[in-house]
Write a protein that binds this ligand. Sequence first.
Ligand SMILES: [Zn+2]
Length: 311
Amino acid sequence: MMTEPLPPIEIQPRDLSPYRAGNTGIDYVHRFDSGRPGPHVMINALTHGNEFCGMVAATHLLDAGVRPLIGTLTVSFANVAAYASFDPAQPFESRQLVHNMNRIWSAAHLDGDEASPELVRARQMRPAVAAADHILDIHSTSRDVSPFWVYPQFQRNVAAAMALGRPSVHLVMPQGMGTGTPLTQHGAHGSASFHGVGLVVECGQHFKRSTADFAIGATLDFLAHFGLVAPRPRADAPQRRYELLQTWVVRTPGFRFTRPLVGFESFAQGELIATDGHDEIRAPCDECTVLMPARLPIVGREGVYLTRPLR
Ligand SMILES: [Zn+2]
């Protein structure tokens, strides 16, 4: 595999130990109750350890002393252990230590016998996630692409993301991820009849300053949408939506894309996108659009998302 130059690290990780002692009994989880009726909104950072933009947004809320006008605000840092393992010489390595912390939120995983730093942490955070009505889980991408939403196709999520309108690109998942249960679908949050919104926001490339700035804006937009902070000017951009068709999990060390991809490239039906050992990954439809192609494919991890544009 060709080695690529590393991107510049414009956001440095900061020491999070001052944020360890929250007020919930769970490390790195902070809760502020307005004393007024209203929704309980959770802003979660660092589900992936090297996605610094969420850390910048969460510390911004805490450092600025943002308090909810109504309802309750929870601010959390998830995979702090992976975050703490950051090595600027290998900046993509600290995404996770063992498990992808955004695929283990099923009862089967959380109630199971398996142990890993991510499972231990998810079990600690479980009551905080379960208590929230609405969740914004802040992420970033290895490639430098436009920010976009990712959410299961529940009407409540579609309505909120379209109303927010920033980012203006949406990846909707009619069948979920296909590779596990994300934090935003934990417990009741994964049910079609639940009332709460659960959105992932992908804010741009992991280490860019603009990604962190975007994350702060997306966080304040989300809080304003539910009335926890003052209203913000609405975004008014045309919206682009994609539907997830398939998540390809890498099967062999021979996984190769047919050409370098960063995301949002489009393929005609039947066109070869990648090969994985003897398997061929071909576009299942016209205008098949790839999202989140792996920078360095790893066996057992997600290699690429195949989507189609929604009209
Ligand atoms: Zn992520």
